[in-house]
Design a protein around this ligand. Structure first.
Ligand code: ADP
Ligand code: MG
Length: 555
């Protein structure tokens, strides 16, 4: 085998969207694991210390490099994946710029040990400040091991911007998750501070990989998507229309094997789900698109996370149509599900009704119920006039205000569990929830750590009775993870309250009992009738009798 790596000619290198690729430890992990995947590895092991800030090692059993390649690999624009402009237009590998290794070497102390399968020994290259300072022969198994120590040691300003160990670790887990979802046949191991965080065995069953990553709750709710248009192919998995969560983090989109973020495709996904789930709630979606290489430009973003489509509308249509089709033809219901469906359908049976006189009920001080429209809107009349109230929105606002008052010592009614409920989560989700344990407890949700990936819930706020706990905890940890830059604790708490209130509020499309209406309106009135729900949507429309009389020229 000859030398495989070449330095790109200047005119090709010049056409590559260059830029800083190394931003944080997770960027190093992404680039190194991509190289391992491009090298045809069966198992990739990532071993890090202190969230990758101290040390990152990536080991693989891929094709390895000969000595001359190992040296070339650290030069700028040296790659074995693209030789000329024609290749650049039809990229199939994850890497193609020949930039990752030199960029990493420039900001760390790097050791590369590599051996091809038929070589008798391996090569070790040591670099610091981007300069190779030692090359030698070493014994090593076939494959490649890159170790990156003290990231940004020579760029103190950049180093200062790194976040805490937990947060950097969460980024790394996310990066590996994205690759592990699309490469089920490759094993992934992650070790942090000498503890194995996960060990995903290679599998031919995509669902078992998804299950290992996203948990059985999600997998149980997945529908398979499969289809094509003249333009391209789509396959993957999407959650049933009745499932949703509070953030878009469960949306994984791949184009020709590469994870990407793309507004157009995300829009197509929300469009397909729009009829089913409320605004600002999201499904879990794992989609693999195969598009002719000539239709996509992957070379327009430094971290290779965005692509450009030559015919955007075709992509949009492909995704949206296929998803709509999948969602509107769910698989046949199991016998046990029939009664649940009947229950869910009941409110639709009478979509409009006006209460007869005898059913009119006197309400808190001066309102009485006239009826309920579409199971969603209460119509009430009083001395002042008429109101139409969105009862879900009103209830949401009430719960939200109650939760806010809990901060100042008001107790939230709680429902303790006789048998604490163990819930399995992703590791970083568990960590986040535990970090906010005190705040959650004030809101009535009590949990405790229980093993590596499990928490037990010992008590929930009473208004959440019957709520699906795993999906609730997932949504909560997502809200917490979004702490991001504007990270004041108050904002985080506010997001938690909005979420809990939304989950706990009476669902629209349910006919309320008289007693419920009375209690709802009483509490709403005590709060001086706020007019929007916590998301800012209006919750009530009101007309004075004078206005009503005006319409009919009775005034
Ligand atoms: P790129 O991936 O864009 O080609 P890199 O700087 O990431 O650029 O890597 C340079 C070259 O080094 C690659 O083209 C590949 O030939 C070789 N290489 C890097 N990592 C590995 C690995 N884990 N196994 C085998 N070859 C590798
Ligand atoms: Mg690369």
């Amino acid at each position: 085998m000859g030398v495989k790596i070449r330095v790109l000619p200047a005119e090709v290198a010049g056409k590559i969207a260059a830029g800083e690729v190394i931003e944080r430890p997770a960027s190093v992990v992404k680039e190194l694991v991509e190289n391992s995947l491009d090298a045809g590895s069966r198992v990739v092991t990532v071993d890090i210390e202190e969230g990758g800030k101290k040390r990152i090692a990536v080991m693989d059993d891929g094709e390895g490099m000969m000595r001359a390649d190992a040296l070339l690999a650290l030069e700028r624009h040296a790659t074995s994946k693209v030789y000329d402009e024609v290749d650049l237009a039809t990229i199939r590998t994850l890497g193609f710029r020949g930039e990752a290794l030199p960029s990493i070497a420039a900001v760390s102390r790097l050791s590369l040990i590599t051996r091809t399968h038929n070589a008798l020994s391996g090569t070790q290259v040591l670099a610091e400040d981007g300069q190779v300072h030692a090359v030698g022969e070493v014994g090593s198994p076939p494959g490649t091991r890159v170790e990156v120590a003290d990231l940004f040691y020579n760029l103190p300003a950049r180093r200062k911007f790194l976040r805490g160990v937990r947060s950097e670790l969460a980024h790394i887990i996310e990066v590996i998750t994205r690759m592990a979802l699309v490469h089920s046949s490759v094993g992934f191991v992650l070790k942090h501070n000498n503890r194995v965080l996960f060990d995903l065995p290679p599998t031919q069953e995509e669902r078992s990989r998804i299950r290992a990553i996203l948990g059985k709750e999600v997998v149980a709710r997945l529908l398979r998507v499969q289809g094509s248009s003249g333009f391209g192919e789509i396959r993957g998995w999407v959650t049933v229309p009745t499932y949703c969560r509070g953030s878009a983090k469960g949306i994984y989109i791949y184009v020709n094997g590469r994870y990407i973020r793309d507004k157009l495709i995300s829009h197509a996904v929300s469009e397909a789900y729009r009829r089913f789930i409320p605004a600002r709630m999201y499904p879990v979606v794992i989609l693999f698109l195969s598009i002719p290489l000539s239709e996509v430009d992957v070379n327009c973003h430094p971290a290779k996370m965005e692509v450009r489509f030559r015919r955007g509308e075709e992509i949009h249509r492909l995704v949206c149509d296929q998803l709509k089709d999948t969602l509107s033809h769910p698989p046949e219901a199991r016998p046990g599900e029939i009664s649940e469906i009947r229950e869910e359908m009941a409110p639709y049976a009478a979509t409009f009704s006006l209460a007869r006189d005898s059913e009119m009920i006197p309400l808190a001080p001066s309102w009485r119920m006239v009826g309920q429209l579409k199971g969603t809107y209460l119509v009430v009349e009083g001395d002042e006039g008429v109101m139409i109230i969105d009862h879900h929105a009103a209830h949401e606002r009430i719960l939200y205000e109650r939760l806010k008052r809990s901060l100042h010592g008001e107790r939230i009614a709680q429902q303790p569990f006789l048998i604490p409920q163990p819930i399995e989560l992703k590791r970083e989700e568990k960590e986040l929830l535990l970090e906010y344990r005190t705040e959650l407890a004030t809101a009535g949700l009590e949990l405790e750590e229980f093993g590596e990936r499990t928490v037990v819930v010992t008590s929930i706020p009473s208004f959440l009775q019957g709520e699906d706990l795993p999906s609730l905890l997932e949504a909560l940890s997502e809200a917490l993870a979004e702490r991001g830059e504007g990270g004041a604790v108050e904002n985080v708490l506010d997001r938690i309250y909005v979420l809990l209130a939304c989950r706990g509020a009476i669902k629209a499309n349910r006919r309320l009992q008289e007693e419920e209406v009375r209690a709802l309106l009483r509490e709403w009135e005590e709060m001086a009738r706020p007019t929007t729900c916590p998301h800012g949507r209006p919750l009530c429309l009101q007309w004075s009798w004078r206005e009503v009389e005006g319409w009919f020229r009775r005034g």
